[in-house]
Design a protein around this ligand. Sequence first.
Ligand code: BGC
Length: 464
Amino acid sequence: MTRTDVPTSAGRLSSGTIHRHVLFGAAITALGGLLFGYDTGVISGALLFIGKDFPGLTSFDKELLTSMLLIGAMIGALAAGRIADRVGRRPTVLGTAALFVAGVMLAALSPSYGVLVGARVIIGLAVGSASMVVPLYIGEVVPPRIRGALVSFNQLAITGGILASYLVDYGLASRQNWRLMFGLAAIPAILMFLGMLFQHESPHWLVAQGREDEARQVLHRVRDQDDIEAEIAQVRQLSTRQSSLREVLNPAMRHVMIIGVSLAVFQQITGINTIIYYAPTLLSSAGLGNSAALLANVVNGVVNVGMTIVAIRLLDRTGRRPLLLGGTAGMAVGMVLVALTFAIGGSQLHGSTAYIAIAGLLLYTGSFAIGLGPVFWLLISEIYPVKIRGQAMSVATMANWGANFVVTVSFLTLLSAIGNAGTFFLFAGLSVVALVYFQRQVPETKNRSLQDIERDLNLPVGAQ
Ligand code: BGC
């Protein structure tokens, strides 16, 4: 960013001020990512202690508690897109934060199992909504050249939230305090609500509503002056079309919709959440002591965060495609390593096979974190035309939660049906299929304006 001053209705702002506005906005909305990670990760530890207050829970009851969040998230993602397109991105983020607060408080204070299930659905609605509206909002507010890093800030927040939940679960385990495990999430939720009160509406959404003066005021705070009028004109031109869910699904949009939904489904069916949710269970049932399994899990969480930071540094430099392709190849190799250790060592891991399995897991998670993890969320904030962006992102996000649900509920069954080795070979195979698809279909979006990407993907620009 150049060191020139830009005039605004409120006077002249330096690019340092622009940076602060953009970074503060990204930080606030990324709290949504933190809550996404925390609330999905916290259940693994909490499950161990819920039975203490609600005796007689079956494993189906526990599965229900885990998966209702994913169902809620699907609905939340779908609804949030429509709401964000209709009432704006900012009120949607505010509503999402309020829902988070309500959901986690209800979970922490649940008088019965039924209420807790209801609370998990409410948290799910908020998680699903946050998972689409946060990248949507950040993607529209920040300048193109740092968009990759800042949208991926959201993925960093997700991985940070998962790691925080592991640490909180571990720290509160001796007190068996599952209520506090859930309740602590109220703090980032309240911060998100308060912080968003001071943020502005997305300038792209304002232009799409014909509110260009307001958009101009916002853009003066978050862009260099030279870029502003051209950006408004481009967004205006691209947003003259009608928008409806039918349009999202119409043949002209099919190409980008398929890319987004495929990325969504591949992100899940290559197995990430079987590791995120079940790694300790898997490792301890393979003969590793409980504490070694928990430690390996924390290390896995640290690698997830660390490699996401590496991705953020690289996404706007090397581009999205090299990281996506390299990362997906690494995931396949990691899964093959894990599968081989089970194939060779049987269901019990000892000595070197245990180390190789853990190395495979870390390679897999690290490769996900540098590629498919952040790149999926980034690309779905980039490849859709502005007029339908909210709804199109909803469809992709919903597909992501739906695939997550299917994998999560079928994983344990899969393990007993085709064995550990078979299951991980399957994930390795699916990673290879994903790699071939990405190589052929996924466009590079580095350093381009959202408007240029829209043109290049051959969408019917300006068409009715
Ligand atoms: C995925 C989540 C996953 C997380 C792991 C996200 O990009 O959408 O399903 O739990 O990454 O870091």
